[in-house]
Design a protein around this ligand. Structure first.
Ligand SMILES: *Cc1c(COP(=O)(O)O)cnc(C)c1O
Length: 496
């Protein structure tokens, strides 16, 4: 590739900068005429001009359109990224989130002028409370892990309010999501891991042995990261409650149970759900998301402030800051509002029946795909009905020397986003596949056929699989280096 061609397609926007090019024309600013030194403190005034790219409008459009074509998204292909729920996000959600009455709000506007937004938040709180079987919901946390932190802080506030301060442990089954022990630790607790049985359920004897007067609570990811519904769930909640602990439900992916059963009915005290997973907000690349938390009525007084309330006598919606036992603020302002609008749109568009159907199809699709993949790869817990996702491994073809990472990379050549790999940690060489309810049968069949084709390649030409991907702009990257030494800053090359 000639250097010139490379610069046209691969160059950074900074490298395309040419003095004097610009993409906008603004009238002369009245501020420019003022004496900057009088209105801006001197230490805040730039000494040198900002080093921004100077490019024309067409350069900007081409640059970003080109970049977007290199990206992979749910709108371009099948994205079975287990635990992440990359379902199709209806475009209707975008229309409502962009309505000027929502998108042009300012968080400091007087509440009388944002009644529609508050009403929507209030109605989403009520809808989620109904779906989760909880008393009250906060929409404030910005992600699932953030919701977990809010939830565990609420559990801590509850024990503290009773003067019960010796409880310093949170019990977490080994099939939990990795954020659970991280959350417990961040909230100042000691995370105590308990093993799963060989069938993938919580080991009740181990749980009985672990609980005691120092148990603040238990965090359960259900369905577990093995894609299984915890069969002993009511027994688990009973054991922890009898020891005086509270029970937290990690409902990040509510996809398998929504409309069918409710964490509240199973005995859970606190639960979070990821709006960006279950309730369809685009979240590739890390956000923005929302991780609302629902609590039973007796914990409502600890929810983050402000809460959104409806005052029936006056028929107005308000922010309530007068919650003396609140854990405080979890986020500036009121949560990631556009995500809240998308989730509410999704719930209203599907209705109660639609939500239930989406769970049923998510589970049906996962079980169907599991059966098809089983012909080619080892699947975990083959005898059990899975929930919205399942785990497979290349255990049956270890003799080819090909690993999960290689199969994942080879899938890219076939036009698929790889599944989640090497997670959960309790399964060696795990591949976690979540097809979601929005995929049709043809996609699932084609994907399974491609898995079969790759397994054949592993046997006939393992080196080719191990050097995949072959069709992408970027080949294999050093993922450890990228994670440990991220280089996210542009530095202009020093002129010679
Ligand atoms: C995704 C996920 C989380 C974390 O959610 P974030 O929004 O990424 O912080 C927690 N638990 C489970 C089970 C998840 O799938």
């Amino acid at each position: 590739m000639s250097k010139n061609l490379f610069s046209q397609t691969e160059a950074l926007i900074f490298d395309k900068s040419r003095p004097g090019h610009k993409a906008y024309f603004l009238p002369e600013s009245s501020i420019e005429k003022l004496d900057k030194k009088k209105i801006i403190p001197s230490h805040l005034i730039r000494k040198i001009e900002a080093d921004l790219p100077e490019v024309s409008e067409i350069d900007v459009v081409r640059h970003f359109t080109h970049l977007s074509s290199k990206n992979f998204g749910v709108d371009t292909g099948f994205y079975p990224l287990g635990s992440c729920t990359m379902k199709y996000n209806p475009k209707l959600n975008e229309n409502t989130a962009r309505l000027p009455g929502f998108s042009w709000l300012h968080p400091y506007q007087p509440v009388e002028t944002v009644q529609g937004a508050l009403q929507l938040m209030y109605l989403l709180q009520i809808s989620l409370a109904e779906i989760l079987g909880m008393g009250k919901v906060t929409l404030q946390p910005a992600a699932g892990a953030h919701g977990e932190l809010a939830g565990i802080k609420i559990i801590k506030a509850y024990h503290d309010s009773r003067g019960d301060t010796k409880r310093n442990k949170i019990i977490i089954p080994d099939a939990a999501h990795g954020t659970n022990p991280a959350t417990a630790t961040m909230a100042g607790y000691q995370a105590v891991e308990i093993k799963s049985t060989p069938e993938g359920d919580v080991d009740l004897d181990a749980l009985r042995a672990a609980v005691g007067e120092d148990t603040a609570g238990l965090m359960l990811t259900n369905p577990s990261t093995l894609g299984l519904f915890e069969r002993n769930i009511t027994e688990v909640t009973k054991i922890v409650h009898e020891a005086g602990g509270l029970i937290y439900y990690d409902g990040a992916n509510l996809n398998a149970i929504m409309g069918i059963t409710r964490p509240g009915d199973m005995g859970f005290d606190v639960v979070h759900v990821n709006l960006h997973k279950t309730f369809s907000t685009p979240h590739g690349g890390g956000g923005p998301g929302a991780g609302p938390v629902g609590v039973k009525e007796f914990l409502a007084k600890f929810l983050p402030i402000p809460t959104v309330e409806y005052i029936a006598e006056k028929d107005i919606y308000v922010f309530n800051y007068d919650v003396p036992e609140s854990i405080g603020r979890m986020k500036s302002f009121y949560g990631n509002f556009p995500v809240i609008v998308r989730a509410y749109t999704y719930i209203r568009a599907l209705g109660a029946d639609g939500l239930k159907k989406s769970s049923q199809y998510a589970v049906l699709n996962a079980n169907y795909l599991k059966k098809l993949v089983e012909k080619h790869l080892h699947v975990e817990a083959p005898e059990r009905f899975c929930m919205h996702e399942f785990i497979c491994t290349p255990k049956n073809i270890y003799d080819t020397g090909v690993h999960t990472l290689d199969i994942a990379k080879r899938l890219i050549d076939y036009g698929y986003h790889p599944p989640t790999i090497y997670f959960p940690l309790i399964v060696e060489e795990a591949m976690m596949i979540e097809p979601t309810e929005t995929e049709g049968i043809e996609t699932l069949q084609e994907f399974a056929e491609v898995i079969g084709a790759i397994v054949n390649e592993c046997k006939s030409d393992p080196e080719m699989v191990k050097s995949a991907p072959h069709t992408t702009y970027v080949k294999r990257v050093d993922e450890v280096k990228a994670a440990r030494e991220p280089n996210l800053r542009y530095r202009r090359p020093i002129a010679e």
